[in-house]
Design a protein around this ligand. Sequence first.
Ligand SMILES: *Cc1c(COP(=O)(O)O)cnc(C)c1O
Length: 355
Amino acid sequence: MTAPQPRPNVAEIPPYVAGKPPVPRPGLTSYKLSSNENPYPPLPGVVEAAMTAVERVNRYPDMGNTELYDALAARLRVPTDHLALATGSVALIYQLVQAFCDPGDEVVFAWRSFEAYPIAVAAAAATAVKVPVLADGRHDLDAMADAVTERTRVVLVCTPNNPTGPAVTQAELDAFLARIPPQVLVVVDEAYVEFVRMDDPVDGLVTHARHENAVLTRTFSKAYGLAGLRVGYAVAPPSVAGALRAVSLPFGVSSVAQAAAVASLEREPALLERVAALVAERDRVVAGLADAGCPVPEPQGNFVWFELGERTLEFAAAADEVGIVVRPFAGEGARVSIGETEANDRLIELARRWR
Ligand SMILES: *Cc1c(COP(=O)(O)O)cnc(C)c1O
């Protein structure tokens, strides 16, 4: 008897390695710096809005996500038919690949980059084309453009790049887009856009307005501190946004997530204050690490990258010892989120002792 078999590509899906929770240590507060989460709780008033929505969870959510679409459209000044909501921007990546790739079609992205990319590509039986990042952790956009073939349907640009940290400039993105054929979708993953502080930063909205094949994805998981509620969005030409909505799970974004996201958008000043505090901490960490003799690639997100090669797991174990949990990529390096001041202090201290 033959048991039912999933499609062969399912066996090829790499596992998603989630950031570990902290190991409890007696007498020592442990900090989780392994998932680029926000160390702050949701913005003031957001928990209350979510609680009000909880009282009505016997009902399905508004399937049209009306309030959240309207709030985003107003905030971003784009028509609602240019938007697609999903359960986190990771879901949007899956949906983009699913909606635009036949089996064997190619998706080009930098590597190392966000670990969900190869998973989403394999899940759709598409083919991942990984283009190594440069020595300083930046995207090699020339090599990525060179990697585009007749089979390429989607190119993913992760800026700032998770896990290495640097972001691309608008000039670099414009030059790249000029080289990409119009039938290839260029996805700009802006999960950390709020944290970017550089000259000539990418303006995803302007890019979207100028190119019929550009999509940007954003999330409430990082700067907004709603990782546990799962909500993200894409801004795309209406035909692309429509395709994303068409393949989305009905009722995917919960009523609680919708309410929390709407309330979060109403609290822009509080958001900016927190982001500024995290950016200030990031600057302090970068300076501390440089002073400790451990320079890192320019971080434009809420995390730093240590290229450690074979010593990566040793570093992660040493971090565990001092009560900070990092995200190791064995044989390559470790990503460490900017967290509570005390946690950041411990990281700098660890770097000082690291030889
Ligand atoms: C965290 C992250 C996301 C999205 O996370 P969601 O919680 O699914 O919204 C997307 N892209 C990158 C590069 C990320 O690091």
